[in-house]
Design a protein around this ligand. Sequence first.
Ligand code: GLU
Length: 369
Amino acid sequence: MDDGRLEVYKGYRAQHNTALGPAKGGIRFHQNVNMDEVKTLSFWMTFKCAILNLPYGGGKGGVIVEPRNLSRRELESLSRGYIQKIAPIIGEYVDILAPDVNTDSRIMGWMMDEYSKSFGRLASGVITGKPKTIGGSAGRGSATGRGVMFTVREAFKKLGLNANQTTAAVQGFGNVGSFTAKLLYDIGVTIVAVSDVHGAIYKADGFNPYAVEEYIKDKGSVMGFPGTSSMSNAELLELPVTVLAPCALESQITGDNADRIKARIIAEGANGPTTPAADEVLANRGVMIIPDVLANAGGVTVSYFEWVQNLYRYYWTEKEVHARQEEMMVEAFEKVYETSKKYQSTLRVAAYIVALERLTEAMKLRGWY
Ligand code: GLU
């Protein structure tokens, strides 16, 4: 630590099924990280990658820490220390890391550097979500929110909705939530509520999320944005909107509040925001849930593009990245949607069917039985 004290932090890395390719997934810095959570998140990565047809298995890591309590230098030594410990089990063709809750491109840069030092040469493909100058991909920053927008836009088509006549509430205004709000706004959706850890802001006839972003730069929170009233994160979830996009942490929509959810579509920007009990209640009520493994798969899709660019040292334009992401996500949405019609199932069950078909085929072909 800056004052010379030694602090010990506990961290994890989980690798799930790797039948389709090397493990892939983010690292989160959060005080509630634990082994079960990291394992579950790595399992979701396996399914997410299979649904998007990416040549990856599932991985996830985390460190138990409240990063806001660390200085810049302490954060850097923690990031490097974590990589020193897991370096033997990761690699460009083994397990590829990325950002997740409370980790960003700056941290990915330190981690890539630390791994490259231990490896003895530049290994930019060991981690995605890096700053552009050191191998990051154009379009990675907005990729997860952009993917949420693509899947919501496709859902509107299926339900015969016109974006200009819809409203959305977005929980969380970090990387995923802020881009989700801005990109939904760009296609004509009225954004009526957004939130952060301090609470939510609401305005029935909508506001401009780009202006909220500017406001945060100055004030540090969405709270108090001119013209809005404040409410709790729990109240935001129950607003009468077309789209509810939970883009923060898991287990937000539960058996306790599922009955009170009024949205027509839930787009899971976060991983695991809806519990199984809530899933059942919402399915019975006909709410369309675009599951996390599809809705938030834009991040890992552009991570895949970044890795490909790193391996062949040739970089694409932002326009190319957006176009390829759109193509892959629309295709995945269609596949999941058709599967849900075929099996008369929810989109979540259909997404798992799509993934399991690919995974079992790969495992059989590789002789993993
Ligand atoms: N952490 C993100 C996720 O949960 C991105 C993972 C990646 O890009 O590898 O999908």
